[in-house]
Design a protein. Structure first.
Length: 218
């Protein structure tokens, strides 16, 4: 979204950042559940595959002088085989790549998602957008899950800002991961000039969210 760190307003109103964050990963990895937990504090065992893309908005009081509006783009796992990711990724500021620790195939696909991302969106200076890896369903670690070994090394090698084990079910580490991603996004954008009016962009984007989330449609 080529976000624009807003400058402090003359009236003393908080600065606002509108950030577009992609949530991608294989089918059933838990992307929608992570978002639902984060935004609505809800969890359901029931699985309903996302079709196309869905949206959610979370407003964070980042600090007393800064408001962050996180626009979360919940991209269906099946979209890796479709043609729409280029459209969804446009102007994204950061991403979560989610896998399911109880299904190793979802971890194996992580690098496919990462290279899809890096080939289609980047920062104005050409660098990849910050991406954080989520090892989701960590509540299943004891039964049938496993965190792959050497995750720190994996992240370093493949350009992830970091990783978290998360559980949408038990509400583990989701707020922490989001905070970490936002920090990385804000740092990555510090040197970019402000482009156009945040106010217009926020208004348009929120209207878009309302309209599109009703239809779950691209
Ligand atoms: P697509 O929309 O098809 O790409 O899937 P998704 O990644 O959005 O997965 P979704 O959030 O719909 O979750 C798939 C299934 O995993 C659902 O049955 C969820 O209840 C379950 N699930 C998601 N997160 C967790 C978790 O942290 N722990 C457990 N135990 N189950 C989870
Ligand atoms: Mg989904």
């Amino acid at each position: 979204m080529a976000t624009h760190p807003a400058t402090a307003t003359a009236t003393g109103a908080p600065r606002e950042h509108l950030l577009k964050v992609l949530v991608v990963g294989e089918l059933g990895a838990g992307k929608t559940s992570v978002i639902r937990r984060y935004v609505h504090q809800l969890f359901s065992q029931h699985y309903r595959a996302t079709i196309g893309v869905d949206f959610a908005l979370k407003v964070l009081a980042w600090d007393p002088r800064t408001l962050v509006r996180l626009q979360l783009w919940d991209v269906a796992g099946q979209e890796r085989f479709g043609n729409m990711t280029r459209v969804y990724y446009k102007e994204a500021d950061g991403a979560f790549i989610v896998f399911d620790i109880s299904r190793s195939s979802t971890f194996e696909a992580v690098l496919k998602w990462k290279s899809d991302l890096d080939s289609k969106v980047h920062l104005p200076n050409g660098n990849p957008i910050p991406a954080v890896l989520l090892a989701n369903k960590c509540d299943q670690k004891k039964d049938n899950g496993q965190i792959p070994p050497q995750m720190d090394q994996f992240c370093k090698e493949h350009g992830f800002s970091g990783w978290f084990e998360t559980s949408a079910k038990d509400n583990i580490n989701i707020d922490e991961a989001a905070r970490f991603l936002v920090e990385n996004i804000l740092t990555s954008q510090q040197s970019f000039p402000k482009e156009d009016k945040d106010e217009d962009k926020i208004k348009l984007s929120e209207e878009k969210i309302t309209a599109e989330s009703k239809t779950q449609c691209c």
